[in-house]
Design a protein around this ligand. Structure first.
Ligand code: NAP
Length: 304
C-alpha cells in the first residue's frame, strides 16, 4: 500500500479562501478589520520563527497583526496589565501569547489574563473545560487543524480506534477530548506508557505529538491506518521531520500527513479562523447578532 498524502497546505489554502470571504463581509457590513495581537516574551529562536509564520499568514486573509515583544524578565504584573489593556482594545479581537514562556513565568496566570472572547489559541480555562462537554468558543489550533484535515478528506472518526501519542495540554489532551466528542474510542499514550506499540497497532487513526524523532516505526502501525504526524524535529542531516518514520509508514498507512506541509499549516490556518470568529463575535456583541448575512460563529467548521 502507498499512503495518500494529506496535504495541509492545500487544505489550508481552501479554508483561507473561505476565511477571506468572511473578512471581506466583516469590513463591508461593520467596517471592522480583524486584529490579532501576538505577544512574544524572550528570545527563543523557535518561538520567533513560529510567531513570524503566524504573522506572515495574517495579511493574506486580511487580518491586521501586531507584534508585542517583551524581554524575558518582564515583570509578571506588567505583562498581565498589558494583556488586560488589549482585552479592552476595540481593534484587537484575538490575543496570542507564544509558548513556551521563559521558565520563571507562571504560564497559567499569563494565559488566564486573556479574556475568553479573545482567546484565539483556545487555552483559557473556559475553552479548555468546554472541550469536555463539546462547547468551546475557540478550539486549540493544532487539534482543531487535525480534525479539519480528517473532515476535509472525508475520513470517519465515529467508532474508530484513535491512539493519541503525547498528552500535553496544548496538543495531546485536547486532541483526545475532541476525538471522544466525535465518538471515537481513544487511547492516550505518554512517556511513561509501558508498551507504546501495543496501543499504536490498534489505531485506525494514529495521531503522534511527542517531539521524538523516529518514535513510530512501521511495525507499530496497522496496515491501512490513517497517520497524523504533529511532531517537529531536526533529522541528523538537518531536515525538518516529524515523529513517525515517514518512508516506511507511508508504505503501510492509507493516509499520512507530511512534515513539513501537514499539520503545521493547518495550525496557522485555524488561528486565522479563530481570529476572524473572534472579530465577528465582537461585532455581534457590540452591534447585535443579525448584522451578518450568515449566522456563523465557528466559521471554519463549515463544509469541506
Ligand atoms: P510536549 O509538551 O513536550 O509534550 C510531549 C508529549 O509527548 C508528552 O505528553 C510526553 O509524555 C509525550 N512523550 C514524550 N516522549 C514520549 C515517548 N517516548 N513515548 C510516548 N510519549 C512520549 O510537546 P507538545 O507541545 O505537545 O508538542 C509535541 C510535538 O508536536 C513537538 O515536536 C512540537 O514541536 C510539535 N508541535 C507541532 C505543532 C504543529 O503545528 N505542527 C503544534 C504544536 C506542537 P509525558 O507527558 O509523560 O512527558
Amino acid at each position: 500500500m502507498s499512503a495518500r498524502i494529506l496535504d495541509g497546505r492545500m487544505i489550508g489554502r481552501a479554508i483561507r479562501n473561505r476565511i477571506k470571504v468572511h473578512v471581506d463581509e466583516l469590513f463591508r457590513v461593520a467596517g471592522v478589520i480583524p486584529g490579532l495581537a501576538v505577544i512574544l516574551i524572550g528570545e527563543d529562536p523557535a518561538s520567533r520563527v513560529n510567531v513570524t509564520n503566524k504573522m506572515k499568514a495574517c495579511p493574506d486573509v486580511g487580518i491586521r497583526s501586531t507584534l508585542i515583544e517583551h524581554a524575558k524578565d518582564v515583570p509578571a504584573e506588567f505583562l498581565v496589565e498589558n494583556i488586560r489593556r488589549l482585552n479592552d482594545d476595540p481593534a484587537t479581537h484575538g490575543i496570542l501569547v507564544q509558548l513556551p514562556l521563559p521558565p520563571h513565568h507562571d504560564v497559567r496566570a499569563v494565559l488566564h489574563a486573556i479574556s475568553v472572547e479573545r482567546d484565539v489559541d483556545g487555552f483559557h480555562l473556559y475553552n479548555v473545560g468546554g472541550l469536555v462537554v463539546g462547547d468551546t468558543i475557540f478550539s486549540p489550533c493544532t487539534p482543531f487543524g487535525v480534525m479539519r484535515i480528517l473532515d476535509h478528506a472525508g475520513l470517519p472518526i465515529e467508532g474508530r480506534n484513535v491512539t493519541m501519542v503525547g498528552a500535553s495540554a496544548i496538543v495531546g489532551k485536547p486532541m483526545a477530548l475532541m476525538m471522544m466528542q466525535r465518538d471515537a474510542t481513544v487511547a492516550v499514550c505518554h512517556a511513561k506508557t509501558r508498551d507504546l506499540a501495543e496501543y499504536t497497532i490498534l489505531a485506525d487513526v494514529l495521531v503522534v505529538a511527542a517531539g521524538v524523532l523516529n518514535l513510530i516505526l512501521p511495525q507499530m502501525v496497522r496496515t491501512g491506518a490513517v497517520v497524523i504526524d504533529v511532531g517537529i524535529n531536526r533529522s541528523p542531516d538537518g531536515r525538518l521531520v516529524g515523529d513517525v518514520n515517514f518512508e516506511g509508514i507511508s508504505q503501510k498507512a492509507s493516509y499520512i500527513t507530511p512534515v513539513p506541509g501537514g499539520v503545521g499549516p493547518m495550525t496557522v490556518t485555524m488561528l486565522l479562523a479563530n481570529t476572524v470568529s473572534a472579530a465577528r463575535r465582537y461585532v455581534e456583541r457590540t452591534r447585535g447578532p443579525s448584522i451578518f448575512l450568515q449566522d456563523v460563529t465557528q466559521l471554519a467548521l463549515q463544509g469541506r
